[in-house]
Every structure is written in C-alpha cells, then in structure tokens.
Design a protein around this ligand. Structure first.
Ligand code: ADP
Ligand code: MG
Length: 615
C-alpha cells in the first residue's frame, strides 16, 4: 500500500488551531488586548463594529514591531515571550503560545500597522486567510494597530454559528471588563459602532471598578487584604445586601490575569453563607498574587482556567480573608442586645390558654388580627394579596367561612388531616379548597379531585396576563409617588435599553436612563415598589443570556420572567379566597395544563383512581 500520511499545509493547520483559539469575536478581542498589554502599552483603544463580526481593531502605544517581526508574528509558534520550556514556569506575560495571530489571520482579513520607537517609518501588512496580500513601508504612529475584519469569512459554518450582534457584543464587553479590571494602570477606550462605550483613565483598582460598574458601586465595596507566604489577596467584595440575581460581578485575577475557578468561588461564596438573600450571588473583585511557579496556566488554550499547586491552602486563606472583611467592616449585622424583652413572648407561655383581658372592650374590634396572621407566616401572602389579582374576588373574603383562620394556623401536616375530616362530612362542596404542604391546592371536581401546584398555576395565570398586556399594549401602570432610582452597570443598562420597549408595554415607565442607572416612574400594577429592584435584576439576569431578536420572543421571555419572579412560591400559605381565585384564574387561562415553562400545573385524581386503591 502506498504511503498516505502527509503533513497538513500550514494554512490548514492554522485554521484547525484557530478553532481552539477563536471561538467568537470576543476571543479575538482578548488575544489582541493581551498582546497590547504584553507590549507594555499605556493606552489601548478597542474598536468594534456589529458585535465584532465586521470589525475588531485594537490600537496600542506599546513597543511596536520591526518589519521582520511584524511579518514573522503571523507564523505559528512564533513568539517573543518564551524561548525554552522552563520559561513556562516563570511567565510574566499573557501570551506565550505564539498561536493567536497565526490563528486569527487564518480565518479573517487582517491588517497590521506597527512601528517601534527607534524607527521613523513602520510596516503595513495585509493578510487574508493566511496569505500575505501586501506588505509595505508606511508612516504610522508608534505602537501597533491590528484590524480584524470579516471574522470566519472562509468558514461559513462558524460564521453562522455566531449569535446576534448584541450577544457577541456582550461577550466582548465581558472580555473588555476583565482585561480593564486586571490593568487599572493602563488607560482603555472602547468604541462600539462609532460611539464611545468606555473611556477609562489610569486609576487605582477601586476607581477602575467604579468607572466600569457605575458611581454607586463605590459605597457597595468592602476592601479585602491579606498577605501570607503563599498568597497575597487584595481587592473588594460587594456588601451582602447588594448581592445580585445575576452572577455578573465575580472576578478573580491571578497575577493580573482574569481566571475562572469554581473551587475558589466556592470559598468566597462560603464566606457569604447566610448573609445574602436566596437566589442572589455575592459580588467580588479579588486579586491574587501567587508565585508563578505554582500556577499552571497551560491547561486550557484560552487560558482562563488555571491549576494551582496548593488549592486547599488557597481555599482556606481566601475564605477566612473574606469572612474577616465582612466582619471587620461591620457588614455582618451585630447582635441586637437592646431588644425590649417585653415584646417577646417567652416560650413557657406558648401553650397556655389565651385569657381575655380584664377590661371592657369592644369585642368586635381587633386591631391585631392582621398582625397575628403575619406572625404565622402569611407575610408573603399578604404581600401577594396587595398585587391585586385576588382582589377581583374580594367579595368572597367577606363570605368565606371562619375556618379560614384555623387553616392558617396549622402546620401543613395538620392541614392535611383537616382535609380528610372535612371531606368525609362534606364531600363535593363546590368551591372548597385546601392547601397541602404549602405547595398544592386541592379542590373537588365532579369526577374526583384536582391537585394544583400553586406556584406553577400562578405562573401560568401571570404569564397569560402579562402576555395579553404586551400584545394589546394596554398595560396598566401605577405611577410611583417619587421616581425610584435604580443603579445598574453599563452592561446591564445596555440590556435594559434593548428591551425598553417591551418593558414599557408591560407597564414599566422610565423617566430617564443615565450613565449608571435608571429612574423608574411607573411599574406594572402587579409589581409592588419594594419588588421593583428584584424584578429588574431578574429580568436583566435572564436577558443577559440572550436577547431574542424578534419582538414576539422578547415579549414571551419578559412575560415568563415576570411570571416566575412574581408568582406565589411553594411555602406560602394561601387563604381560602386566594386559593379560590387562583383555581378560577387557572381554569380561565387559554392553556391550563402547563406552566409557561412547560411543567404540569395540576393533576386529577378520579373517583375511580381512589377506588382502585381500596381494592
Ligand atoms: P503570543 O502572544 O503567544 O506570543 P501572538 O500570536 O499573540 O503570540 O503574537 C506573536 C508575537 O507577535 C508576540 O510574541 C509579539 O512578539 C508580537 N506581537 C503581537 N502583538 C503585538 C503588539 N500589539 N505589540 C507588539 N508586539 C506584538
Ligand atoms: Mg498573544
């Protein structure tokens, strides 16, 4: 048999390598920014168009390149940063593989202009799909400018795989944040489609964070500082009360390089345990300085995942350092010793009979009824009640039987037994509902009974309600007495602007959107003022993953998020009238059987099913 093994031509090898290095425009941005930093630049400009699909340009004022180096830099494994394998263990540069430029040039139209300090003129090179199209002497500023146009022009499959411009832009912005945060001593500018997105002057770490994430971030930051033999940690954590629904603001930098480390994240998150609301994530900006010999950066081609020699020690130090900061800066609420003992009911009174006070009072007047319910865990429900959906059935509440209060008082197990008692005596009472384990609502129907998942059912009701509002554009907005100012980062505001019209159509009214926040003037009737922040954060968190292109899918997503956030949850006690109205509302929906997330809303148990159990 003839020999069949051949070496791949360079341009093919480069294209294959490109698959690893360049996943999307943001990967190019990362490589170019890192090259500019390695070239000791003090000012770096990033320019992108159409989410980086049409153009990515990075202009720096660094060392530049000689004519020969400029040409040579596009060869595979061509690097000025390491010479021998041992150098890998003492890395002080971002790059070292010598692959980035070769890979990028294999899959895009690339132009480079470079000049070193010592030379009067520089070089201008054009390369398309690994082929040098032209190379000439040119009068250019000192430093390097790299233009990458039409990414993946020769790999249509990859090009089609790219997401919408906004999504790609968001990835680029994330990358820009990471690099800019790691290097506050370098000035950065970022232009998107001709307009300036960021202009970051040289600053210290804290100011850089504030320049990127908005003025209000300043007061949210708590400093972190610790120096041990193996590790130096500096930076900031975000006060627990500002923990966000989205995971956006979590940054580790190891020796000035952004890294991802689920393991170290766990250490920080552990320090926040019990201090942040459920479903929110701690924010942190932590810089770790470690002996480069104890880090292996080489395990991932795009170099965000790293391996540390002594992870356990780092974990322990990090966790205790963050805990220490939380405590030291009084972030953990102090124990309240001054609480008035008289306000608390001692436990030994708990099971005693209530005694009427020895004074004459108007027996029908009981100002504490509401407070009493609250103490028994109905706070959530009272809050939901204010949202108004049950008010439609307000009349029912007046007529509802007194049994309502006893239901509230019992733990779910007790409620459970009540069901059986009542059912035996009064089967088929139309409109009787029970709550089971603060999760299900049970009601009877002709053929047997239905068990409704309260949270999913409410999601369905809210979802259809919001969707209708959006479609007929007749959302009822409640005006806030004082506009509410909410702070968001540039990235988050970007998302808000994208979905602003849909938000308007459900009833959000914005007075102004400025550089680091929005003023909310009106909110949908179903959203209470105290929930606005949470709702908006959830919306941003959901849309961060993807902003659907067409307005229908956008509305659909918006309605889903609102329904998810505002729905009654498992664990909330619902009184008789709320249960009734939820049942009625659910069965008035267009789709009754599934939640907006395609989960069953209820099941039926027929008399037959029950009888079969008794055989
Ligand atoms: P690496 O960064 O891993 O060395 P690259 O392919 O990114 O590999 O770059 C190859 C070489 O080109 C670098 O080692 C460096 O010498 C040179 N180079 C790339 N970008 C710049 C720049 N902006 N300024 C100066 N030199 C650069
Ligand atoms: Mg590089």
């Amino acid at each position: 048999m003839a020999d069949i093994i051949r070496l791949l031509p360079d341009h093919v090898a480069n294209q294959i390598a490109a698959g690893e290095v360049v996943q999307r425009p943001a990967s190019v941005v990362k490589e170019l920014l890192e090259n500019a930093i390695d070239a000791r630049s003090t000012e770096i400009k990033l320019i992108v168009k159409d989410g980086g699909k049409t153009l990515i340009q990075v202009v720096d004022n660094g060392t530049g390149m000689s004519e020969t180096d400029a040409r040579f830099s596009f060869e595979r494994h061509a690097t000025s940063k390491i010479q021998k394998a041992e150098d890998l263990f003492n890395l002080h540069t971002k790059g070292f593989r010598g692959e980035a430029l070769a890979s990028i040039a294999a899959i895009a139209h690339v132009e480079m202009m470079a000049r070193t300090d010592g030379e009067e003129v520089g070089t201008h090179i054009k390369i398309e799909g690994s082929k040098v199209v032209s190379q000439e002497v040119a009068v250019v500023p000192k430093g390097t400018s790299l233009l990458v146009k039409n990414l993946f022009f020769n790999i249509p499959a990859r090009r089609n795989f790219l997401k919408s411009d906004q999504v790609e832009l968001r990835h680029i912005t994330d990358e820009f944040h990471r690099v800019a945060l790691a290097h506050p001593n370098i000035a950065f500018c970022f232009y998107n489609n001709g307009s300036e997105v960021f202009n970051l002057p040289v600053a210290d770490f804290k100011k850089r964070i504030v320049h990127i994430f908005g003025r209000k971030t300043n007061e949210k930051l708590v400093p972190v500082q610790e120096e041990t033999q193996v590790l130096k940690v500096t930076g900031f954590i975000v006060r627990p009360e500002f923990a966000k629904k989205s995971r956006g603001e979590q940054f580790f930098f190891a020796n000035n390089r952004f890294i991802k480390s689920p393991y170290l994240h766990h250490a920080v998150a552990g320090a926040f345990d019990g201090l942040i609301r459920q479903g929110t994530h701690p924010g942190y900006f932590l810089r770790l300085e470690i002996d480069p010999a104890s880090i292996d950066i080489n395990i991932h081609p795009t170099k965000t995942e790293v391996k540390f020699d002594d992870e356990h020690t780092l974990y322990a130090i990090l966790k205790s350092t963050v805990k220490h900061s939380l405590g030291q800066f009084n972030v953990i609420p102090a124990l309240d010793f001054e609480q008035d003992q008289n306000l608390e009911t001692p436990y030994n009174y708990k099971d005693k009979e209530a005694r009427m006070p020895d004074v004459t009072v108007d027996a029908s007047f009981n100002p504490f009824t509401e407070a009493k319910q609250k103490n028994k865990g109905t706070t959530n429900y009272t809050k939901t009640s204010a949202r108004g959906w049950e008010n439609l059935y307000g009349g029912l509440e007046v007529n509802s039987p007194p049994v309502q209060h006893s239901n509230i008082e019992f733990e779910s197990e007790t409620v459970n037994s009540t069901i059986f008692d009542l059912d035996k005596d009064a089967p088929d009472v139309p409109g009787t509902t029970f709550q089971l384990r603060k999760k299900y609502i049970i009601t009877t129907i002709k053929s047997g009974m239905v068990v409704i998942n309260q949270s999913r059912a409410h999601q369905r009701v809210l979802y259809e309600n919001f969707l209708k509002n959006i479609t007929i554009k007749e959302a009822i907005s409640q005006q806030l007495l004082f506009p509410l100012t909410l702070n968001f980062s540039t990235n988050e505001l970007h998302i808000l602007k994208e979905i602003k019209e849909s938000l308007n159509s459900v009833g959000f009214v914005f007075e102004r959107i400025h550089t680091d926040g929005v003023e909310v003037k009106g909110v949908p009737v179903l959203v209470s003022e105290s929930e606005v922040q949470m709702v908006m954060e959830q919306l941003i968190a959901d849309f961060q993953l993807e902003i659907p292109g067409d307005s229908f899918s956008q509305s659909d997503m918006l309605a889903k998020t609102l329904a998810k956030t505002l729905s009654v949850k498992t664990g909330e006690v619902l009184d008789e009238s709320s249960r009734m109205s939820l049942v009625n509302d659910l069965f008035a929906c267009k789709e009754t059987t599934l939640s907006p997330f395609n989960k069953p809303t209820y099941i039926t148990i027929t008399e037959n099913d029950i009888e079969r159990k008794f055989i």
